[in-house]
Each structure stands twice: as structure tokens, then as C-alpha cells.
Write a protein that binds this ligand. Sequence first.
Ligand code: KIV
Length: 294
Amino acid sequence: MSTTFQLDTGTSRANPTPAPMKRLTVPAIRKRKVDGVTAEPVVMLTAYTARQAQLLDAHCDLLLVGDSLGQVIYGLPSSVPVTLDMMAAHGAAVVRGSYHAAVIVDMPFGSYEASPEQAFASAARLLKDTGCAGVKLEGGEAMAATVAFLTNRGIPVMGHVGLTPQAVNVLGGYNARGRSEAEAAKIVGDAKALDDAGAFAIVVEGVVEPIAVAITQAVACPTIGIGASAQCDGQVLVTEDMLGMFERVPRFVKIYENLAGTIAGAAARYAAEVRDRSFPGIEQTYQPKKADPK
Ligand code: KIV
């Protein structure tokens, strides 16, 4: 896909204008898995801003507006304090910045657990305010009735099992899950319950690999792994993690770039040029028009 850059006089920024194409849909993603086989793995990355979405869009099937934005964007200690307002604002920005990928917005902690009706009200607001294609919520069997309630009422739902970060206060940390037989069986059961309830895909996070493989074989919908297995039907990473924006990342992250170093280096060069007055130079300075020689 080609992407052209044009000056948008409304924003004074060069906004990429991708060649018009039909946005991927949730049913198209769901149909990638046929009789337990996904020939083309599902590519998902997180996105929180319009510009980030513009840059990732052409390469992804799904853009996830994850509640990880709590830590990544807002410097919060966990995703627990993230609000529906935050998710709606960032979700709308990501939809505005994308043309190709289906955008999924996370339901934040406290916006869906109380009842299917509470979940419907929150999810409907996210769909209306952002234009996203669906929502993601955490939890297994306990959330199955809610997933069925939403999908039967027109709201596509992505599930999320294994390490569920919103439950950090119950889990006691972010360690990999499923090391005991009982816990492994519970996680596989959670995924099956979400699949039966109509989830169109399931994120499998932070589990020992055999669990991810067992879930992928057991459920009809695509699994999207993070700290799970290459045998999942797709993969997701937090974009800032894989771009090397943080010194510490979970072991399952592969770092594809060192953006932290690039940004710090550029800031250091800028600071030095401000201090020695070599910035702004003649190219960055407006001069009065030369007087007309008459
Ligand atoms: O919030 C998030 O970014 C997520 C992904 C890591 C799956 O849930």
C-alpha cells in the first residue's frame, strides 16, 4: 500500500493520506481462522494517538487502544486508574488516524464488571464516541455472560485471558500464569467460555507456552498472543515497548528500535544548539522582505 504525504493546511502538519481502501472488519478477522487453522497470522499493535495510528495502520490488521496507555502515556502505576473518558479520547484519535486496520478499544477497569448492562452502556459509549470496530475486556468464565450480552446486541468483543493486568491486585503482580495444573486448566476453561460466548478473538497474555497452544487448538476464534506462543493465531505488543522507549520491558518483548536513545540524542543536540545560539539558524528565521528597488 502506498502512503502519500500532503500538507494539511488545517493542522499545518504533513498528514499521511493512505490510498483509499476498505477498513478491515471484525468478521474478516474472525474468518481468518478456518477449521482451527489461521493461514495469515493476525498482526496487532497498540496505538494511543492519531499520529502513531497513521504510522502503524498500513502494517497492522488491528490497532488496539490498550488501557496500557495508563502506564505508557499517563505514567500511572497500573491500568486500574484508567477511565472511560481517557479511553474514549484516545480511541477517537486512533480512529481518526487510521484507514485500514480495525480499531479495538479496551474497556477500562470498573466500566464493565458490575453487570452486562453496565458493560453495554460503557461499550456503546466507546463505539459511539470513537467509531471503533469493537471493544476488549479482561476476564474469562466470569465475563462470558457479559460477552454474550454485548455480542448479541451488536458489540463485537475481544476477550483477554491469562495474565490480566486489571486484576493485578488479586494476582499480586505481573508474573506468567498457568504454572500449576489447576491454574492451567482454569485459563483454558476461561478461553473456551469466551469463545462459546461469541468473542471474535482472544488475547492470551503471559502464560506458559503449552497453555497458549492448548487454547489456540481448543477455540474456534483466533488467539492473539503476548508472552504466549508463536503458535497463536496472531501477536500483539505494546508499540512503545517494541520501539525501545523504556529501559525495562517484560521478557517477552522483542525490541525492534532504540527510540529512547534517538529521542534523547536529538534533545541533547537541540539543547546544545540553543545554549551555543546556533539554533535557530538562518533557515529557521523569518527576515523582512527586501525593499523594492524603484
Ligand atoms: O492494554 C494493552 O495494551 C493490552 C495489550 C497488551 C494486549 O491489553
